[in-house]
Design a protein around this ligand. Sequence first.
Ligand code: PM9
Length: 459
Amino acid sequence: MMNAPQAEPFKIKVVEPIKMTTREYRMAAMKEAGYNTYLLKSEDVYIDLLTDSGTSAMSDSQWAGMMLGDEAYAGSRNFFNMEKAVQEVYGFKYVIPTHQGRGAEHILSKCAIRQGDYIPGNMYFPSTRVHQELAGGTFVDIIVDEAHEPDVNHPFKGNVDLSKLEKLIAEVGAKRIPYIHIATCVNMAGGQPISMANLAGLRELCNKYKLRIVLDNTRTVENAYFIKEREPGFQNKSIKEIVREICSHADAVTMSCKKDSLVNIGGFLAMNDEHFYRKAQSLCIIYEGLHTYGGLAGRDMEAVARGIYESVADDFHIAWRIEQVQYLGERLIRAGIPIVLPVGGHGIFIDAKKFLSHVSQDKFPAETLAAALYVESGVRGMESGTVSAGRDKKTGEHKYPKLELLRLAIPRRVYTNSHMNVVADAVIKLYDKRKALKGLKMTFEPEEMRFFHARFENL
Ligand code: PM9
């Protein structure tokens, strides 16, 4: 175990008061929001664990950098700072800024996918899969089976099952696979890392079939921490070195800077291939903005540049971040709460199928749990289960995933372990009252990414 700092490796300079509410108030707010935590007003939330995306506290250096924003339409100095940060930390030559991660996914999908293509990945992510499908592709899950089993304790549940990839290549042919999209610290699996050995094996296999690897780089710094902790041979390497080595196995990356890079907005697509870069640059101009701002203000790009360096400047930042998540996880494990094991990098994922074993999956146990936890305590989490999985395009039926989870994602540098204690106490209290929960009925269903704005009624 790395020497994690005993307390937060920062001190608090600015604070944001949070509103305390009563149970009656929260019951009314939840009803008004159609029992979907995404539809709550954030000011009605006490501890907000909806997402770790764009919710980080920026440092004084990042805020100071915001004042140095060069808001020129073209050639902003902040773009060059961001480009240099990506080149130095992640090791890619060409950088296209985007407003956030899905902007990069959109450009990549449009550039590379043709109708009828297959895009293998280590478990789906909603925005990534939607862009693949809109471009005419089909996502294929090639993650190891263990990733779909909440209580199987495996150190690298984000690993690719190489035999699943070989099987797909044999079935459809390498020509129908434009690239493999591999995530670090796989979100939908519970923030589970991929090992360096697995990445190296994947690279070898892809070289054999001349296939490209695109990395979803969103949580690579967190993944690097797990490699350092768990994979032999990495204990004496810095997080910065491990991050660089992870990226060396990829041809390109998509990135939501709203996670690892400690900013409230921003993303990029980066690669080494000049031809791909030129094509992506043109699409950036059409969909995002000029290729030296891509939908971001100059000040946002400066915050991204500084955030990228900060995320790997020393190993204490990431050690403290992950240890806080582990702290909450261990409190829940000790109380017998069913959560995804091992504890992942960016949050706790409660196994709603086990927590609410009396609520069938067509009554959305994870969404039910999210709504109930808010009413109980003012803590907001997010569903990652049947509602997020959507419907099968062919049969029109709900896709019932093996993982039906309530995610409690922890923003970076925002909450203390006192807040984590409040969260743990609330979950434990709710567990004792779980039999009173009956499930939800969907009353409004949007076509794409329905978890964001679906509405429900209490059963
Ligand atoms: N992740 C999250 O809360 C934002 C909301 S979408 C449910 O976890 C990965 C692995 C992500 C991710 C966003 C994106 C998209 C790509 N890959 O939100 O567009 O976790 O910046 O990034 C969210 P953007």
